[in-house]
Ligand binder design. Structure first.
Ligand SMILES: [Zn+2]
Length: 161
């Protein structure tokens, strides 16, 4: 059984990072690096990377950090065709993604770099959209209001939200 608490702790830092980014207190690239570190840091215990980024998982692009409006497309790299994934096993690193999701604009802009005669951007998008097991390519449009089933820590420090 994996540890869910380290993911909750890291997700708390992800929420803080997004708050600072949205206030223009930190820039895009540092914000993405902090979030990617949180995703990686769950390996200091038996944690899950997706829990560390639960706050942004279903609503923000991992490339541009845009909050994608509800119902608009947010493609997960995990929903790409298996045969495509096999040839690009470290796509999140190659794309420098803070999470696993790409807004449609970033998908169109960056995925052509990974396409060949077999796959193009449109065929990749269609495969994701037609996958009956993938119902999460549409953004929920809002941040998770709980931290993996728990209330957020009460902020009582000088850096309150
Ligand atoms: Zn984007």
């Amino acid at each position: 059984m994996s540890c869910h608490d380290i993911g909750r702790g890291m997700n708390y830092v992800v929420r803080r990072t997004i708050t600072l980014y949205d206030r223009n207190e930190i820039a895009l690239e540092p914000a993405k690096k902090i979030i990617a570190s949180c995703k990686n840091a769950v390996n200091w215990c038996d944690g899950n990377g997706y829990e560390a980024i639960d706050f942004i998982l279903n609503c923000r692009c991992g490339k541009c950090l845009k909050l994608v409006p509800k119902g608009e497309k947010l493609y997960s790299i995990f929903d790409l065709p298996y045969k495509f994934e096999d040839t690009h096993p470290n796509l999140d690193e190659e794309l420098e993604l803070a999470s696993y999701g790409l807004c449609e604009e970033c998908f169109d802009r960056y995925m052509p770099n990974f396409c060949d005669e077999e796959w193009n951007v449109e065929s990749l998008k269609k495969t994701i959209e037609n996958d009956k097991h993938s119902n999460n390519f549409l953004s929920e449009g809002e941040h998770q209001m709980s931290n993996n089933g728990c209330s957020w820590l009460k902020d009582r420090y000088w850096y309150e939200l």
